[in-house]
Design a protein around this ligand. Structure first.
Ligand code: F6P
Length: 527
């Protein structure tokens, strides 16, 4: 396929656009602008079969311990299983527990939203600050932004993640502590950044409310799997919303980690979100591989990484509400599939996860699309758009969608030198104005950005990432690659401020960097 142009594929088959499109679970995927033939798809599906994809999908849904290095199931799909269904982990049905937490979350959110939940000084909560990082932040932020149109505007939501004190300071600078609720979201409740920010929040609250320790119970709730640490921090376990070790951080936005989402949009919308996830789960589990949206998207990603040597994949939502969706997908895809050994521990003999990146359209068009169209790298693109706007301003939604469609068309078909000449372009300028084309893209369209639509979209990418991992034979559910940096940072922290100069344990570069920082570091008194 390397030498076959999309122009030729479309010329040979005028119905390609209809034939290479699929609609399921409310998502329409046009994959015709990919550099594939029917034969390519047949071979990719054969590869999926050879890799046991169907069996792996079943193993995930059945709760087998597919996260082998952590000896855990990866059961985010159980988070959206309907009440009354059964998913067994070690012989125990986990679905009733999932729904019990959802009900506790709903009770809490209703009481805050209705103003029944009062702060220490008797005021109702007008602000909620989610403190978390990674999966305990990116999903909640992304969902809050995506579903803003459905949110309770009288409740201000903020998110603090970075250990940089600026993040916390700017998030609370205009808030009244008496009206502020903190949600400390951390699966482990030991994460450096989150615990530092949670301590800062506790100090800020106590300072603002005259040091009354009882205030903590009215202003702090926790989302975690670690009750002991939650208690140790001073949060009443009655104000803790739990989840389970079989929910990976980057797969947790539909667990209690979504408490801020539910607070913003209310329990009914949160349930719609879960229903959307579930629709895509059911499709992924039941549809034949050849008519399976996440499977096709996953296989296409493998195709470009392994057969065209592409290293990145751009996700380009044509919807401002999805502005944090690419950032969310970065953790989902890259923490999952950034692996260099197989699940058995052998070095892989092929490339694995690509870099996911992107910005909402049309902004990206005025920034990096130049490279997409005329650079030397091929970047497969996912365009995402909705047919109905949530904010219809005259014909601006048509302009938005026209731009999305135009980009896919331009990438695929480009503009030849002859076409450029025919426009009267002087010869010396022709090479600069040629668009080679043959640049692949998917176009994903949904009717309208609703909570259910968001659930479908997220589940689609979750399962696409899973499909890729199954082909590459890697474990998508561990993240050992984040450990080394964390451990080294713990060693360096005291060395930056200690009395004695650090020595020995570091390389020359790191040592010199530490020394220079020490010499310029602001003395504590001036913090
Ligand atoms: O550092 C990576 C990571 O473990 C992510 O996988 C996770 O989402 C994030 O840290 C936060 O972890 P926790 O929810 O335990 O604070």
């Amino acid at each position: 396929m390397r030498d076959i142009h999309l122009r030729r594929l479309f010329a040979e088959d005028p119905r390609r656009g209809e034939r290479m499109a699929l609609e399921a679970a409310g998502v329409h995927l046009d994959y015709s602008k990919n550099r594939v033939s029917a034969e390519t798809l047949r071979l990719l599906l054969a590869l999926a079969q050879e890799c046991g994809l169907a069996q792996r999908i079943e193993a995930m849904f059945r709760g087998e311990r597919i996260n082998t290095t952590e000896k855990r199931a990866a059961l985010h799909t159980a988070l959206r299983a309907p009440a009354g269904s059964s998913v067994l982990v070690d012989g125990e049905n986990v679905v009733p527990g999932v729904h019990a937490v959802l009900e506790a979350m709903a009770r809490f959110c209703q009481s805050v939203r209705a103003g029944h939940w009062r702060g220490h000084t008797g005021k109702r909560m007008r602000n909620a600050v989610n403190i978390g990082i990674g999966g305990s932040d990116l999903g909640p932020v992304m969902a809050f932004e995506a579903l803003r149109a459905y949110s309770e505007r009288g409740l201000r939501l903020r998110f603090v993640s970075n250990v940089d004190g600026t993040d916390f300071a700017e998030a609370v600078r205009d808030l009244d502590p008496g009206e502020t609720l903190f949600i400390v979201a951390s699966k482990t409740f030991t994460t450096l950044e989150t615990m530092a920010n949670a301590r800062a929040a506790r100090a800020w609250l106590l300072a603002g409310l005259g040091g009354a320790k009882e205030a903590i119970a009215r202003h702090f709730v926790a989302v975690s799997t670690n009750e002991k640490e939650v208690r140790g921090f001073g949060i009443d376990p009655a104000n803790m919303f739990g989840f389970w070790d079989w929910v990976g951080g980057r797969y947790s936005m539909d667990s209690a980690i979504g408490l801020s989402t539910m607070l913003a949009v209310g329990p009914a919308h949160f349930r719609d979100l879960l229903a959307g996830f579930r629709e895509m789960d059911e499709h992924f589990r039941a549809a034949p591989l050849a008519r399976n949206l996440p499977v096709l998207m996953g296989l296409l990603s493998v195709w470009y990484v392994n057969f065209f040597g592409t290293q990145t994949l751009a996700v380009l939502p044509y919807d401002q509400y999805l502005k944090r969706f690419p950032a969310y997908l970065q953790q989902l895809a890259m923490e999952s599939n950034g692996k260099r050994v197989t699940a058995e521990g052998d070095p892989v003999a092929w490339n694995t996860g690509p870099v996911y990146w992107g910005e909402p359209g049309t902004n990206g068009q005025h920034s990096f699309y130049q490279l997409l169209h005329q650079g030397t790298l091929v970047v497969p693109c996912d365009f995402i758009g909705f047919c109905q706007p949530l904010n219809a301003l005259q014909d601006q939604h048509d302009m938005l969608i026209a731009n999305m469609l135009a980009q896919g068309e331009a990438l695929a078909f480009g503009r030849t030198a002859d076409e450029v000449r025919a426009e009267g372009t002087p010869e010396w300028l022709v090479p600069h104005r040629v668009f080679e084309g043959n640049r692949p893209s998917n176009t994903l369209r949904l009717e309208r950005l609703t909570p259910a639509a968001l659930g479908r979209l997220v589940a689609l990418y979750e399962h696409s990432v899973f499909t890729q991992a199954a082909i590459w034979g890697i474990n998508a559910f561990d993240q050992w690659g984040v450990e080394l940096g964390k451990a080294l940072a713990q060693r360096i922290i005291p060395e930056l401020s200690g009395a004695a100069e650090p020595s020995g344990a570091h390389d020359g570069s790191t040592l010199a960097l530490i020394s220079r920082y020490r010499s310029l570091r602001q003395p504590r008194g001036r913090d």
